[in-house]
Design a protein around this ligand. Structure first.
Ligand code: TA6
Length: 311
């Protein structure tokens, strides 16, 4: 089976507000509001479907009326919905796009705390879903109630069930999660340094090499308009993207992960996975909706992206 399962432990309704101007202490009226099923893993799941991956399952915690909105949207997108209901209401994540310069300002709610009983139910579900998946992608922050090393434990569980594992998170959850040696991580530039015991170096190449040396096969650092740098199976790569007519960059990191996963499960070479990932991440920035790509944009972008070995 080529099923990909994405894990969103703190699912959200992502709301994007297009406002003429966002000024602190002032009233502004939104011109347009877009609502989607969010939290990083759900963006990955949706974009995988848009790329044409048929078998996608989404799991994690979703709660209350907001949880119902989220799971309805998931099903409408052709994704198998396997969420555990937690207590309370799933969170809202707000993104205000300022009409003057197109900049994004995000406000993310903490979301509900999960109980030990709910975590146990989730573990059982994850074990079952992992056994029928070739890849499990863990994305986003941990909800209240889950320990900082939760990802390490869940990764081990998915691995034991036979699935390959990607991890895209930040902070302490990432620092502790990498102990379980996920196949793919995507730290930002600051996190790269924080992941190395000696505080790392300012040299990106050295940081990537050290992390690969720790047994992490694929390490990618995305650099916004500058593209990305990556270490894959012992080799370093530099990825450059074209200048984009940016509309909404929120979810571009998740779209990058979806693109990489899509090519990776098809056995593509590292440079091709990186090119497909960068095209998918870039395509997301061209649409108004968070975690949303047009396949035609992805295909057009592919030829404008350069992937070179970084010698
Ligand atoms: O990557 C963007 C985004 O997925 C938003 O859509 C929003 O839901 C947020 O990240 C959530 O991030 P978190 O790490 O808290 O799960």
């Amino acid at each position: 089976t080529n099923r990909i399962t994405t894990v969103t432990l703190n699912a959200a309704i992502d709301k994007t507000y297009y406002v003429p101007a966002l000024d602190k202490g002032k009233v502004t009226r939104a011109e347009k509001v877009l609502s989607t099923a969010g939290g990083k893993g759900l963006n990955v799941a949706r974009v995988l479907r848009q790329l044409g991956h048929a078998e996608v399952t989404a799991t994690g915690f979703a709660s209350g009326y907001n949880g119902q909105f989220i799971t309805n949207r998931v099903k409408e997108a052709g994704i198998r919905s396997e969420f555990i209901e937690a207590t309370g209401e799933s969170r809202l994540c707000l993104n205000f796009i300022d009409g003057r310069d197109g900049s994004s300002t995000e406000v993310l709610e903490p979301g509900p705390t999960v109980s030990g009983e709910q975590i146990a139910l989730f573990r059982d579900k994850l074990a079952r879903l992992s056994a029928e998946s070739s890849l499990v992608v863990f994305s986003g922050s941990l909800p209240g109630g889950m320990a900082a090393d939760a990802y390490a434990e869940l990764i081990a569980l998915s691995r034991a069930a036979g699935a390959d594992v990607f991890l895209d998170t930040s902070g302490e959850a990432l620092v502790r999660g990498i102990a379980a040696k996920p196949t793919f991580i995507k730290p930002n530039e600051d996190e790269l340094a924080a992941l190395l015991p000696e505080g790392g170096s300012s040299d990106l190449r050295e940081s990537l090499q050290k992390l690969m040396g720790q047994g992490l096969p694929i390490v990618v650092a995305t650099l916004g308009a500058q593209g990305a740098v990556a270490g894959v199976d012992g080799r370093l790569y530099r990825i450059r993207i074209p200048k984009l007519q940016v509309v909404n960059t929120v979810g571009s990191g998740d779209s990058f992960v979806a693109g990489y996963a899509f090519a990776h499960v098809r056995g593509e070479a590292p440079a091709d996975c990186l090119r497909y990932a960068a095209a998918t991440g870039s395509a997301n920035a061209l649409t108004q909706t968070t975690g949303d790509v047009n396949l035609s944009d992805v295909h057009k972008l592919l030829s404008d992206i350069s992937v070179e070995e970084w010698l």
